[in-house]
Design a protein around this ligand. Structure first.
Ligand code: SF4
Ligand code: ZN
Length: 321
């Protein structure tokens, strides 16, 4: 007899402090997959027969997402056709390892793999786009993030998928929620739904790991022996996010389950805001318009990609012309 509180057969391996369960490795994995299955069903994220693009960067979260969706696909739930979508930002000495991990897992699982690069899409790599900056850390991620989102959209269109699944986890969600509050960016709170659709874009976006702690994703990847990228992007600059992460981790250590409570509250606020405030003076749901330059969906007249591209063209020799 083992002391796993779920099966009672095997020795416990991990204690979920927020629920009090002590689980063996197999039960930990099963309950994690089950949690993802429930999230998918609760938010109607995926339907049988759909072609699902999984954004796979090669980090632990995205490789775990691919593996879990593949596992759910082989069970009795809705069957989807999975396609991994990988973006090569063009960062020397960093991206190649991640792409190799993504490729290896796709081969192991027999999943189609579509790769797009900043070079082919925008005419410059991230290294080239940031070439001119003296302080390489200065908002590199905000600049890169704009291109990344577009690159995933382009990969989704290239792969002809119905929906794109990204690996944002519970910690990402509540960190972003708090950061939007701290930046006074109330409008954005309504854009954080785990499942979103934009009238100007044919592909839905879903986040099946929204209810899974980052720590548990890392443990899942470790137990499943998923090799993932170990080095960080040289341009990574988290600033406020890493303070928010530390604060939330401290809170969770003192009060297990706090992250879950914050997630519930954040999802509640997001859902109310994304539906619009019936009083008429609240926050409007996210709407997009076609960009005046490139025609892609944008939250304002000219999209972020076109604005950022102008900046790169002004500062580098990579004019794209
Ligand atoms: Fe881009 Fe920042 Fe991610 Fe590096 S860490 S790939 S700069 S978003
Ligand atoms: Zn544009």
């Amino acid at each position: 007899m083992g002391d796993c509180t779920r099966c009672g057969e095997r020795p416990s391996y991990y204690t979920r402090r927020y629920s009090g369960e002590s689980l063996c490795a197999a039960c930990f994995k099963e309950t994690t997959v089950e949690k993802v299955r429930r999230t998918i069903s609760k938010y109607g994220m995926l339907s049988r027969g759909e072609r699902v693009g999984v954004a796979v960067s090669g980090g632990k979260d995205s490789l775990t997402l691919l593996r879990i969706l593949h596992e759910l696909n082989s069970g009795s739930g809705p069957k989807s056709e999975l396609v991994a979508l990988t973006v090569d930002e063009g960062v020397a000495g960093y991206r190649d390892e991640a792409i190799d991990h993504a490729r290896a897992l796709c081969e192991e699982l027999g999943v189609e793999h579509v790769l797009v690069s900043y070079g082919e899409l925008f005419g410059f790599s991230l290294d080239q786009a940031l070439d001119w900056k003296d302080d390489r850390e200065l908002s590199s991620c905000s600049m890169c993030g704009v291109f990344r989102r577009r690159a995933i959209d382009e990969a989704a269109v290239k792969a002809k998928v119905d929906v794109v699944a990204t690996a944002h986890n519970l910690d990402d969600y509540i960190q972003t929620f708090l950061m939007n509050l701290l930046h006074g960016d109330v409008e954005r709170l309504g854009w954080l739904d785990p499942s979103t659709y934009d009238d100007n874009f044919p592909v839905r976006r879903v986040k099946p790991l929204t209810e899974v702690y980052e720590e548990e994703i890392a443990l899942y990847a470790y137990i499943s022996k998923i090799p993932f990228q170990s080095v960080s992007c040289p341009y990574m600059h988290e600033g406020l996010r890493s303070d928010v992460r530390d604060y939330l981790n401290e809170l969770e250590a003192k009060h297990p389950g706090m992250k879950n409570v914050l997630l519930r509250s954040a999802l509640d606020v997001t859902s109310k805001l994304s539906k619009g405030d019936p009083s008429g003076d609240g926050v409007a749901p996210k709407t997009t318009v076609p960009c005046g330059k490139c025609g892609k969906p944008s939250s304002m007249g000219v999209c972020g990609v076109c604005r950022m591209t102008e900046v790169v063209w002004q500062h580098t020799k990579y004019s794209g012309k």
